[in-house]
Ligand binder design. Sequence first.
Ligand SMILES: [Zn+2]
Ligand SMILES: [Zn+2]
Length: 214
Amino acid sequence: MLKVAKFGFYMFGINTYVVYDPKAKEAAIIDPGMSRKSEFEALEKFIEREGLKVTHLINTHLHIDHAISDLWVKQKYGIQIEAHGDDAPLGKYLTQQAQSFGIPGEYVAIEIDNKLKEGDVIKVGEGELKVLHVPGHSPGSICLYDKADGFVIVGDTLFEGSIGRSDLPGGNHRQLVDAIKNKLLTLPKDTAVYSGHGNPTTIGKEWDTNPYLV
Ligand SMILES: [Zn+2]
Ligand SMILES: [Zn+2]
């Protein structure tokens, strides 16, 4: 059984998730968005307190808020960066992304070590996360679905009452709406949805009330 711990960090109100198997003591860090000392400490302390071995570092996509501390996690836990190959160009141009959002500084380009694709299964302890390719917010946006535990981590594809922006480079509104309908709204209605920003929701609630998906 996998559990989900959510950390809300300052930069763009990003949600970083630790998905972990409390019995096997293995964990995946998803979208590490730490930018302040206290944020690195909060994540580190949680991993230590739970006695977890971090075995995966996964990006739902490579916008800077979701990947800003990838290299720190990679080094600290000696693991690979995993993301969809279609977002590789975004990883190369982190500094330009930062500039376009008005964030100062130079950022080292991110290379994807392990390119994920639709249907891949990532093992975390005894649990499994299935990769769903849901493009349109970015070309390589993925969602991570745990069927056994009934949750999906959706990055910036779907939000409570909203959907991701499609005006950034590589975005496509029609493609995003179609992908959400085909890949996410087809999941069981009681599936918990954990978004890259904001509150958790469920597939059923978005099916019933999301104005972008009618
Ligand atoms: Zn994004
Ligand atoms: Zn975001």
